[in-house]
Design a protein around this ligand. Structure first.
Ligand SMILES: [Zn+2]
Length: 166
């Protein structure tokens, strides 16, 4: 088995290939079969995330094409993806930024049309998302506007760039 030195304690850590839940994206994401450095001595677990830029792109597409209305975490993820402050983003949407902040914190449900406007804006703000426009347009009439239950996890295979919802 391949080993590496642990970043945390300097001990010998094992490199294993497994699914890994990303916790720092703000939305539930599981990467499929990536290399993970696991240290048996101190318990440190360090994922080796390949091609982070490409991964963010796939993730943005997955959120944009979510068949259910966006929740607060997803709106925040998309806003950050296009590098907009809450004030700037709210201005595009013609919303008060405190209103946007309530949406992002799930204290207020996003309006059905605001949901669509957010998606259309974001898909047009990043030229790399151009391939998502057609898919989003096909999906648009069929987005479910009342999704009460928890959002599903997005599973991404970084090797193929494919994603699915669990
Ligand atoms: Zn360690």
């Amino acid at each position: 088995m391949k080993t590496e030195l642990c970043d945390c304690c300097g001990g010998t850590a094992q490199v294993v290939r497994r699914n890994y839940q990303l916790t720092d994206m703000g939305i539930p994401v599981e990467l499929q079969r990536i290399k993970v450095i696991e240290c048996p001595a101190c318990g440190n677990v360090d994922p080796i995330v390949p091609n982070l830029d490409g991964l963010m792109h796939v993730l943005a597409l997955a959120v944009l094409c979510n068949p259910c209305k966006l929740n607060g975490e997803e709106v925040r993820f998309l806003r950050k993806y296009v590098n907009k402050s809450a004030v700037e983003f709210a201005r595009f949407l013609h919303l008060d930024h405190t209103h946007l902040s309530k949406i992002e914190n799930n204290r207020l449900e996003i309006g059905n049309r605001t949901d669509k406007l957010v998606r259309l804006m974001v898909v047009n703000m990043d030229p790399k998302l151009e391939d998502g426009i057609k898919r989003l347009m096909e999906l648009m009439p069929n987005i479910t506007d009342n999704c009460a239950e928890e959002k599903q996890e997005i599973q991404i295979d970084p090797a193929t760039g494919e994603y699915q919802y669990t």
